[in-house]
Design a protein around this ligand. Structure first.
Ligand code: ADP
Ligand code: MG
Length: 768
C-alpha cells in the first residue's frame, strides 16, 4: 500500500524504525493464520493492533469481582467462590432419578451477588468437574453471561481453581498461559469473543509482546520528556501485564499521548505541506464584481461576516492554498461570506466551485446565488453589467445536452462560478482555472477529499485551489483540532437580525397517540394563519433502500441501543395518510431524492412560492433550504435521526421572524439513549452544547469518520471530549517538531505520520 505524505510517498512496509516495523507485523506470522483470522474478525490485523486491544479491567487473585454488576451478553471472567454444586441425571451422583442429559450446576458467589454455572457432558466429565468445584474454594470463571429461568448463568465457562495464595491449583495445567498469567499479581480481562476467550487473548498478547521485544522507543527522547510519558515497551507491558495497579495509568497515558501526538503531527505536516504548495494569489481587485455586489446588497454585513471575510481575503491573497473551515449555525450568513470569496477569485481571473452534499441543495444554491447576484450573473447577455460572470449548475441529473453545455462552460472558463455536488471533483470535470473550492457542509467532505483536490491539481500541473469548508454543525474545539486539524477555523457566532423563537417538544406517540393528532391540528392552524409546515420522515417508501432512506448514515448514526426497531415512517405513506385525513383540506406536496430532478425543483419552488402549504419530505430539506414563511416542523420517528441532523432540520423554521414549533414524534422508550437525544435537542438550540452531547453519546471512533460497523480508526483510547487538554498539548509538541524538523528526518516522527496516512488511505479506499 502506498500512502501520500508530504512531498512524496511512503511504502507501507517501509518503516524506518524497528518499533514500527514490529508493530506492523501481520498477526499471522506471529500467531499463525488461524488465530490471526479470528482476530481479523475483531478488526485486529497487526501486532500493534493486538497490543492496542486493552484489558477492560484487571483483578488480582485476592480480590473478588462484583457479581452484582454483570450484564446479559457480556463476556466476563470473574473471580468468585464456589457456594454449592449439584449434579443432575448422573447415576450415583447428585439428586433425583435419571431423567435427561447429565448436567452439573454450580452456584458461585462474591458475597454480594451470585451466578449459576451450567455444565453438560458425559457422566465422567460431570464427575471431573464436580471434583474440581469444591464448595468454599475460589476460581476464575470465564464465559458469556446468559439468562436461564430469570437468572444469570455462564454455560460451560472456562475455569481454573485457585489455592489460598491465589495460584492456580494443579490439574488445571490445561492452560499454561493462564497458569503463568495467574502467577502475576494482576490479571487483565480482555474484551473477548466465544472463539477468543480472555485467556486466549492474554496468551496471544504475551506472544505479541515477545515479538516486540526491547525495541528502541520510536519517539525522540525530547518529545517523551516534554510530554512526561513512559517508554513504549514499558507502556505495553504496563497495560497488559502490570505488576501493580500504579503501573496501569502511566502506561495508558503513554498510549493515549501517542494517538494525540500522531494526529497532531500529521495535521502539522499537512499544514506545512499546504504552505509549501503553490496557489495563485487572488488579492482583492477594487472596482469589479465584488464591489458591485457589495453595492447591491440589501443589508449591512454583520461584524462577524466582515471579520471572517477579512480573514478569507487575507488567505486568498497568499501564494499558498487557503485551508479554512467556516462554522456558523444555519442562518448565520455563511452563504454571503462564501459568495464574496468566490467573487474575489473571479475578479482575480479565476473560477470558483461550490460543492453541496445533495443535488437539491446544489440547485437551491444555484437559485439563491443567481438571485443575489442579479444582473451580475448575466455575463454574455445584452443587459449585462460591465463586470458580470456566469453561474453554472452542473449535476448528474441534468439532461445530457445541458450537462454538456455546463461542462463546456467550466472548461472554457466562461462560467465564473460552477455549482454542483461533490461529484464535481470527478475526473471528467475540467476547469479553465479553478481558484477556489467552497464546500458546503463538511460532514461528507473529509481530509481525503481535500487531499484528492491537491493530487488533481498536481496531476494537471496546476496550482492548488484555495479551499473553504463550511459547516453548520458546530464543532467542539478538540474535534476541530483532530478531525479538521489541518484547517484554520473561522466562526460566525451570531445570526443577522437574530432568530425567532422556536419551541421544540418531544411527542411520545406510543403513550399519547392523541398528541400526534394535535400535531396535525397545529399544522392546520398555522396554515390558516398564513404559515407553512414541513413534515419530515426517515424513509421514502416501504421498498426503498437508498442512502437517503437510511438517515443514520455512517457519520451521523447515533449508537445502537441494541433494541430491535420497527420500520420507520415513510414519506409516501405519511403523505397518503395526511392527504386522506387530517390535512385533506391543505395543499400538501411530497419531496424526496428519488423524484426526477425537475419535479424536485418544481415542488421546492412551489413550496417557496407559497403554492404548497405543507411539504412532506426526507432529509433533503436538511440544510440550506430557505423558506422564511415556514413555522412548523413535525419530524416523524425523530429517534431515527442523529442530534446534528435534528438540529439542522429544525433550523429550517423560525427564519422569517415567525415564532416556530418543532415537534419530535417518537415511540422510543422514555429512558432510552434515543429519547435522551431528543430531550437534548428539545432542551437547547445551542449547537455547541448539542455537538458535545452528540459526541458523548457516540463512540469517539466515529469521529474520525469510520462507520460503526466495527471498523477501527486511529482513535482507540483518546476521548476527543475528555482529552481536549492532551490533544492541545500534543499538538503544541507536534508543531514544535515540524518547525524543528520540517522534512521529518527523524525516523520515528516519519513513521508516526506514515502510520496515520496509511490508515487514512486504507479507510478512504474502503469507503470509496
Ligand atoms: P447560512 O448559509 O449560514 O445558513 P445564509 O447565508 O443562507 O445563512 O443567511 C441566512 C439568511 O440571512 C439569508 O436570507 C440571507 O440573505 C440573510 N442574511 C445574511 N447576512 C445578512 C445580514 N448581514 N443582514 C441581514 N440578513 C442577512
Ligand atoms: Mg447555507
Amino acid at each position: 500500500m502506498v500512502a501520500a505524505r508530504g512531498g512524496g510517498t511512503v511504502v507501507g512496509s517501509d518503516w524506518r524504525t524497528e518499533a514500527f516495523a514490529r508493530l506492523h507485523t501481520r498477526l499471522g506470522s506471529v500467531l499463525g493464520d488461524k488465530t490471526a483470522a479470528e482476530f481479523g474478525k475483531l478488526g485486529l490485523q497487526t501486532v500493534g493492533d493486538l497490543l492496542a486491544h486493552l484489558p477492560r479491567r484487571y483483578f488480582s487473585g485476592t480480590e473478588l469481582s462484583d457479581l452484582s454488576a454483570l450484564e446479559e451478553g457480556e463476556e466476563v471472567a470473574v473471580l468468585a467462590e464456589v457456594q454449592r454444586v449439584t449434579a443432575h441425571n448422573v447415576p450415583g451422583r447428585g439428586s433425583g432419578a435419571v431423567r435427561g442429559k447429565p448436567r452439573l450446576e454450580a452456584v458461585i458467589t462474591d458475597h454480594k451477588g451470585s451466578l449459576t454455572l451450567a455444565f453438560f457432558g458425559k457422566a465422567h466429565m460431570i464427575a471431573y468437574w464436580h471434583d474440581q468445584l469444591t464448595p468454599g474454594s475460589r476460581g476464575i470463571f470465564a464465559g458469556k453471561v446468559g439468562v436461564f429461568r430469570d437468572q444469570f448463568q455462564l454455560a460451560h465457562p472456562d475455569f481454573v481453581m485457585l489455592d489460598a495464595n491465589g495460584a492456580v491449583v494443579g490439574g488445571a495445567r490445561r492452560n499454561e498461559v493462564l497458569t503463568r498469567v495467574t502467577r502475576v499479581p494482576l490479571i487483565g480481562i480482555y474484551p473477548a469473543t466465544r472463539k477468543l476467550p480472555t485467556w486466549a487473548i492474554a496468551e496471544c498478547v504475551a506472544l505479541a509482546l515477545e515479538h516486540l521485544g526491547e525495541v528502541d522507543d520510536p519517539l525522540p527522547a525530547a518529545v517523551r520528556d516534554h510530554a512526561g510519558v513512559v517508554g513504549l515497551v514499558e507502556a505495553y507491558r504496563g497495560v497488559h501485564l502490570p505488576q501493580t495497579r500504579a503501573e496501569i495509568d502511566p502506561a495508558r497515558a503513554r498510549l493515549r499521548f501517542d494517538e494525540a501526538f500522531a494526529i497532531g503531527l500529521t495535521m502539522a505536516v499537512r499544514r506545512a505541506d499546504a504552505v509549501a504548495h503553490g496557489a495563485t494569489p487572488r488579492p482583492r481587485v477594487p472596482g469589479r464584481l465584488l464591489d458591485a455586489f457589495d453595492a447591491r446588497l440589501p443589508f449591512e454585513l454583520t461584524e462577524g461576516q466582515q471579520q471572517v471575510s477579512a480573514e478569507i481575503f487575507a488567505d486568498l491573497a497568499q501564494s499558498h492554498p487557503m485551508q479554512r473551515l467556516l462554522q456558523g449555525e444555519v442562518g448565520s450568513g455563511k452563504t454571503v461570506v462564501a459568495l464574496r470569496a468566490m467573487l474575489t477569485v473571479v475578479d482575480g481571473g479565476g473560477q470558483a466551485a461550490l460543492l453541496a452534499p445533495t443535488e437539491v441543495l446544489a440547485t437551491q444554491h444555484f437559485h439563491t446565488l443567481t438571485r443575489m447576484l442579479g444582473e451580475l450573473a448575466e455575463a454574455g447577455t445584452l443587459s449585462a453589467a460591465e463586470h458580470a460572470t456566469r453561474l453554472t449548475l452542473l449535476t448528474g441529473s441534468l439532461p445530457a445536452a445541458r450537462r454538456r453545455e455546463a461542462l463546456l462552460a467550466a472548461t472554457s472558463g466562461e462560467a465564473g462560478i460552477v455549482i454542483g455536488t461533490h461529484a464535481l471533483l470527478g475526473d471528467r470535470v475540467q476547469f479553465a482555472d479553478l481558484g477556489l473550492v467552497v464546500v458546503d457542509e463538511q460532514h461528507r467532505f473529509g481530509v481525503e477529499q481535500r487531499a484528492l483536490l491537491g493530487a488533481r491539481a498536481e496531476a494537471a500541473g496546476a496550482a492548488r485551489p484555495h479551499v473553504l469548508v463550511m459547516t453548520a454543525t458546530p464543532i467542539p474545539r478538540s474535534v476541530a483540532m483532530t478531525v479538521f486539524g489541518d484547517l484554520e477555523t473561522s466562526t460566525l457566532r451570531q445570526s443577522p437580525g437574530g432568530r425567532a423563537e422556536v419551541r421544540t417538544v418531544v411527542v411520545d406517540s406510543r403513550s399519547h397517540p392523541a398528541w400526534v393528532d394535535r400535531a396535525w391540528a397545529l399544522i392546520a392552524e398555522q396554515v390558516a394563519a398564513g404559515r407553512q409546515a414541513y413534515v419530515v420522515c426517515p424513509r421514502i417508501s416501504e421498498t426503498d433502500r437508498s442512502e437517503e432512506s437510511r438517515p443514520l448514515d455512517a457519520e451521523d448514526a447515533p449508537p445502537d441501543d441494541g433494541v430491535p426497531v420497527p420500520p420507520a415512517a415513510t414519506v409516501e405513506q405519511t403523505w397518503a395518510e395526511l392527504t386522506a385525513g387530517p390535512l385533506a383540506e391543505l395543499r400538501v406536496g411530497m419531496l424526496h431524492g428519488q423524484l426526477p430532478a425537475e419535479q424536485k425543483e418544481e415542488r421546492m419552488a412551489a413550496f417557496a412560492a407559497g403554492e404548497l402549504d405543507v411539504l412532506v419530505s426526507t432529509t433533503v430539506i436538511e440544510v440550506g433550504v430557505d423558506v422564511p414563511n415556514a413555522s412548523v416542523m413535525v419530524i416523524c420517528d425523530a429517534d431515527r435521526f442523529g442530534i446534528s441532523q435534528l438540529h439542522q432540520l429544525r433550523g429550517r423554521i423560525g427564519r422569517g421572524g415567525h415564532a416556530g414549533t418543532c415537534l419530535l414524534l417518537t415511540a422510543a422508550e422514555p429512558d432510552s439513549l434515543a429519547r435522551e437525544r431528543l430531550d437534548a435537542v428539545a432542551s437547547t438550540r445551542d449547537g455547541f452544547v448539542l455537538a458535545e452531547v452528540d459526541l458523548e453519546q457516540r463512540r469517539e471512533g466515529d469521529v474520525l469518520g469510520a462507520s460503526q460497523s466495527g471498523r477501527r480508526t486511529s482513535l482507540r483510547m483518546l476521548r476527543v471530549l475528555r482529552d481536549g487538554d492532551l490533544i492541545e498539548q500534543a499538538r503544541g509538541i507536534a508543531d514544535a517538531c515540524v518547525r524543528a524538523d520540517p522534512q521529518l528526518e527523524d525516523p520515528g516522527l516519519a513513521d508516526v505520520v506514515a502510520g496515520i496516512e496509511q490508515r487514512a488511505a486504507a479507510e478512504w479506499l474502503e469507503r470509496s
